[in-house]
Design a protein around this ligand. Structure first.
Ligand code: CA
Length: 235
């Protein structure tokens, strides 16, 4: 059965392009132009994933997101048109699974949809989920983080940053959020404080895995831990 994707988007042109790209890629897209319609469709048949435009005519995309999640926990990819919307997606930490700024390439969006579905896939009933082979192990008792089995020599801020990023691989944390979570007095610190510590953290991780790029920069928004780190170091 093809995975059903609910598209909530008020611009028919964008919705058409999306439906075509998804159908070509083996999905079953369903389009709703308003939030109300999306709510009733969603309640009638739970889709595998929702692509949700933030700027809708009747319900704000963030509000709709909350209402959908009251019905069922389905992964959501936001479509955002403006930078301040991206800031809200990232800053509010709504739990959106991804966001794609407009204009976007349909191909890229379909690739994101696939990756979100892979990431959020639940193991089939009766199977035991394999223990996730993560190359980053946080030992909070000892305040130590191992990267591919090797303990990293981290300052307390580097430790806090990596621990936070590793708590949700792939999730983009804004600089403000990182400041709030890791620094005692975030008001005294600046965005570039975060950048400076990420830089030294990267350098330390590079000593262990020179060919990997574990911390990804999302331009203008923040940082995320890469989700595609190999479980073992390439030999
Ligand atoms: Ca719109």
């Amino acid at each position: 059965m093809k995975p059903r994707i609910l598209i909530v988007e008020d611009e028919p042109g964008i919705a058409d392009t999306l439906q075509y790209a998804l159908r070509t890629d083996g999905f079953d897209p369903v389009w709703c132009a308003t939030g109300e319609e999306a709510l009733s469709r969603f309640a009638a048949q739970t889709p595998a994933l929702v692509i949700l435009d933030v700027g809708l005519p009747d319900i704000n995309g963030f509000e709709l997101f909350k209402r959908l999640h009251e019905i069922a926990d389905v992964p959501v990819v936001f479509l955002t048109a403006r930078n301040d919307e991206i800031d809200r997606v990232v800053g509010l930490e709504l739990g959106a699974d991804d966001y794609v700024p407009k204009p976007f390439s349909p191909r890229e969006l379909v690739a994101r949809v696939r990756s979100v579905l892979r990431r959020t896939a639940k193991p089939a009933p009766g199977t035991v989920a394999a223990p996730s082979a993560t190359p980053i192990q946080v030992d909070d008792g000892r305040r130590q983080i191992r990267f591919y089995g090797r303990p990293l020599e981290l300052s307390r801020y580097e430790y806090g940053l990596l621990k936070t990023l590793a708590s949700r691989p792939g999730h983009v944390f804004s600089r403000d959020t990182l400041l709030e979570r890791v620094w005692d007095d975030p008001g005294e610190s600046l965005d570039r404080t975060v950048d400076a510590h990420v830089k030294t953290l990267r350098a330390k991780m590079k000593l262990v895995a020179p060919e990997l790029d574990p911390i990804r920069t999302h331009r203008g928004t923040g940082y995320a831990l890469a989700e595609d780190l190999p479980p073992a170091l390439p030999v």
